[in-house]
Write a protein that binds this ligand. Structure first.
Ligand code: NAD
Ligand code: GDD
Length: 331
């Protein structure tokens, strides 16, 4: 029997919403998008998609999600930037119920291809102590000492995918996303990551006539940030390619947080006095993606420059901010 559905679990979220949009653009379907949030809160929601509001921690809902599915993209997770994952470790680990039940349901529904979104947070903390980073190779996830809470769940689920392949013959692919940014994502409320948070803070200052900005940490932390379009391309290539092990999907353009702030200020045409909050959530000191393996498997790696992606992201957040708070907002 032909199994028609392309299923995006977490389709109301940032990456999931873009993925649904991309599958539509490619003319694939029917598409089913599942998320726990009411559809009014989905970043992207399309009428020609089967949109289901359901809690995927529940096995019965996972079975409904996977029914007649050809491909399943498991992106649903209770997650966010450092401000969220450092303070919600149990909630992050409870995503294991989503991950486990989705795998069981997909196995039983004989899904052809299964994608799981892991994270750079699986990497051993000892390898990320210095801002002066050596980019992380896939083997650096072991011996296991991932980000507390969230990272443990991701590492555990990676192993689950591996063993579902070994024991049940299920086709699984796993990508370790490095900090993904772009329009149609979280920019306020506590789950936002640095690119969106810094954009919002600069916009707030610009529109509110403030001269200062609060930065978490000392600004010397280093990261790489991947634009959403590279993420979507990578998901497609990894799911459909010969990539039988968890693989980095991230940019290798390293930047300090101060450098990111410089860039956003330049885009906004403003210069602010920086106040460094050393008690705020900071995460690891340094992290970058080693893209040797993805180039070996796919002859491709993310390449969109941070400046290009940030210009689009800043503009989208600016428009959202003005639509919500007005153009002379003083929050
Ligand atoms: P997101 O929070 O925007 O999307 C996740 C979606 O999952 C949300 O819409 C949320 O409502 C939904 N969800 C949470 N619990 C659910 C449940 N019980 N049942 C159904 N839906 C549920 O996050 P995102 O940035 O789009 O991330 C997508 C995936 O990629 C996640 O698995 C995340 O851990 C992973 N990831 C993201 C990044 C990044 O930088 N964005 C980095 C590494 C890994
Ligand atoms: N969120 C946020 N907000 N971070 C800030 C801010 C701010 O206003 N100011 C400075 N930062 C600093 C943080 O302290 C941290 O050192 C760095 O910017 C990056 O923070 P995040 O973008 O929140 O998270 P991350 O890069 O440490 O981890 C993210 O990426 C992982 C994958 O690479 C998280 O989203 C994880 O969930 C994700 O798996």
């Amino acid at each position: 029997m032909v199994k028609p559905f392309y299923v995006v679990a977490g389709g109301g979220g940032f990456i999931g919403g873009h993925l649904v949009a991309e599958l539509r653009r490619r003319g694939l379907g029917p598409i089913r998008s599942v998320d726990i949030k009411p559809t009014s809160e989905w970043y992207q929601c399309f009428e020609d998609v089967e949109n289901i509001v359901a809690d995927l921690k529940d096995l019965a809902n996972c079975r409904r999600a996977c029914k007649d599915a050809r491909e399943v993209y498991c992106l649903a997770a209770d997650m966010g930037g450092m401000g969220f994952i450092e303070t919600h470790k149990a909630a992050c680990m409870l995503s294991v119920l989503i991950s486990t039940h989705m795998l069981l349901a997909a196995r039983d529904a004989k899904v052809e291809k299964y994608f799981y979104s892991s994270s750079a947070c699986v990497y051993n903390a000892d390898k990320q102590k210095s801002e002066d980073v050596v980019p992380l190779k896939e083997a650096d996830a072991y011996p296991g000492m991932p980000e507390d809470g969230y990272g443990w769940e991701k590492l555990f689920t990676e192993r689950m995918c591996r063993h579902f392949t070994e024991d049940f013959g299920m086709y699984t692919r796993v990508a370790r996303f490095h900090n993904v940014y772009g329009p149609h994502g979280t920019w306020e409320g506590g789950r936002e990551k640095a690119p969106a948070a810094i954009s919002r803070k600069v916009i707030e200052a610009k529109l509110g006539g403030k001269k200062e900005i609060e930065i978490w940490g000392n600004g010397h932390q280093t990261r790489s940030f991947m634009y959403i379009d590279d993420c979507l391309k990578g998901i497609d290539m990894i799911l459909h390619g010969n990539v039988p092990e968890p693989i980095n999907l991230g940019s290798d353009e390293l930047v300090t947080i101060n450098g990111l702030v410089d860039m956003v200020e330049d885009i906004a045409g403003i210069k602010l006095k920086r106040h460094y909050n050393l008690n705020a959530p900071k995460g690891v000191n340094g992290r970058n993606s080693d893209n040797t393996l993805i180039k070996k498997y796919l002859n491709w790696a993310p390449s969109i420059r941070l400046r290009n992606g940030m210009e689009k992201t800043y503009k989208w957040i600016y428009d959202e901010y003005v639509a919500k708070y007005g153009s002379t907002a003083k929050r």
